[in-house]
Ligand binder design. Structure first.
Ligand code: NAD
Ligand code: UDP
Ligand code: UDP
Length: 367
């Protein structure tokens, strides 16, 4: 919770800043869901130059198509687990798959992305004297024993993953639509545990604070809670994208048992606003950024049904054994330190996402 210090001596590479007032900003993972919305917002400021680095594992160039060719924008295919030599003033470090289906697909790669990727971005920040923001996650709290979760809670995470029943994992994954663009082997490999992601982010946070304390790097850590909005991967298995795609395809909404488990969903424009405030503010974090409105999965399904397709059925299906029962951010600190709180209610955000999913699925709205 300390306030960040300036680096001991600015790198000569920042000398160019005296000659031009533009801010050069690196966004790793900028071709992904949250990253591309962040890029849209940063590009609105004419003083910003934005460089995106992405390996396109879960992101696409399509998310950035309106900026390709723009003089203040650059897109680089690069994997953050490899060193990166560029000159920037700020780094938003988002690169990492966020959906369980993808981060469980290659757990070793996930932990390398979190550990080596974050180490490389810190090495870069140190060399050029840049400020760096990490998008950590509510998953650092694991299956929390405190509710709601404040930043002071240390979490309840199993470092070697939860014990799981492979049959049940397969069952839960079999709810993926048969039209899913992801191959069977990806779905099969997705059966697994969360620890590569949870512990990877925990180590990333540790690295951030060690570089801050030891090398004086200016750091910011956001702990992001479930976020939704346009450009989410349609078949990424997360609950909001699943329900909306199912409603539009007129397939039953698959509520995993018991259906009383809760989550809190933050619309992506609110998330981006929170991340920029954190970067521009004085507090290192970690700071929870999320929407404290808490819903059971049955309530979410009812809302999707009512707003998007009143005819659709709701069906109860098996769950994975490591599913956290409750999750809700305590955002007192974000309110106090950043003057931030979410503005978009779930009922207003769902229709915005519906529009985007209709276009991508080719399901026009009936009048
Ligand atoms: P996303 O999967 O849409 O985006 C991640 C991006 O990182 C993708 O474009 C992907 O191609 C890229 N990437 C992955 N590994 C990479 C690597 N090794 N090198 C370079 N690029 C790589 O996910 P998102 O929802 O936009 O999440 C962004 C960040 O926010 C992630 O760090 C995630 O952990 C964090 N987060 C997201 C949520 C959420 O609800 N979406 C919740 C908590 C934390
Ligand atoms: N690094 C990078 N870009 C840079 C500077 C460093 O990718 O501009 C990488 C570097 O390859 C190293 C990591 O960041 O693996 C940590 O760098 P640091 O200088 O802190 O440590 P060292 O190189 O001394 O191990
Ligand atoms: N969930 C559900 N139906 C689905 C997908 C998920 O009921 O088709 C539930 C899941 O059991 C969990 C919640 O929705 O309780 C959120 O799951 P998600 O994978 O979206 O996010 P996370 O568990 O990482 O918060």
């Amino acid at each position: 919770n300390s306030t960040s210090k300036k680096p001991p001596s600015p790198s000569p590479l920042r000398f160019s800043k005296f000659f031009q007032s533009n801010m050069r900003i690196l966004v790793t993972g900028g071709a992904g869901f949250i990253g591309s919305h962040l890029v849209d917002k940063l590009m609105e400021n004419e003083k910003n130059e934005v460089i995106v680095v992405d390996n396109y594992f879960t992101g696409t160039k399509d998310n950035l198509k309106k900026w390709i060719g723009h003089p203040r924008f650059e897109l680089i295919r690069h994997d953050v687990t490899e060193p990166l030599l560029i000159e920037v003033d700020q780094i938003y470090h988002l690169a990492c798959p966020a959906s369980p289906i993808f981060y469980k697909y290659n757990p070793v790669k996930t932990i390398k992305t979190n550990v080596i990727g974050t180490l490389n971005m810190l090495g870069l920040a140190k060399r050029v004297g840049a400020r760096i923001l990490l998008t950590s996650t509510s998953e650092v709290y694991g299956d929390p024993l405190e509710h709601p979760q404040t930043e002071n809670y240390w979490g309840n995470v199993n470092p070697i993953g939860m014990f799981f029943d492979i049959e049940k994992e397969f069952f839960a994954l079999s709810i993926l639509s048969p039209e899913s663009k992801y191959p069977n082997d990806l779905v099969t490999h997705a059966a697994g545990v969360r620890s590569c992601y949870d512990e990877g982010k925990r180590v990333a946070e540790t690295l951030m604070f060690d570089y801050h304390r030891q090398h004086g790097i200016e750091i910011r850590i956001a702990r992001i809670f479930n976020t939704y909005g346009p450009r989410m991967n349609i078949d990424d298995g997360r609950v909001v994208s699943n329900f909306i795609a199912q409603a539009l395809r007129n397939e039953p909404l698959t509520v995993q048992l018991p259906g009383t488990q809760t989550r809190s969903f933050c619309y992506v424009s609110d998330m981006v606003d929170g991340l920029i405030r954190l970067m521009e503010g004085e507090n290192t974090g970690p700071i929870n950024i999320g929407n404290p409105g808490e819903f059971t999965m049955l309530e979410l399904a009812e809302s999707v049904k009512e707003l998007i397709n009143p005819e659709v059925k709701i069906s109860m299906v098996e769950n994975t054994p490591d599913d956290p029962r409750q999750r809700k951010p305590d955002i007192t600190k974000a309110k106090e330190v950043l003057g931030w709180e979410p503005k978009v209610k779930l009922r207003d955000g769902l229709p915005l996402m519906e529009e985007d999913f209709r276009q991508r699925l080719g399901v026009p709205k009936k009048n």
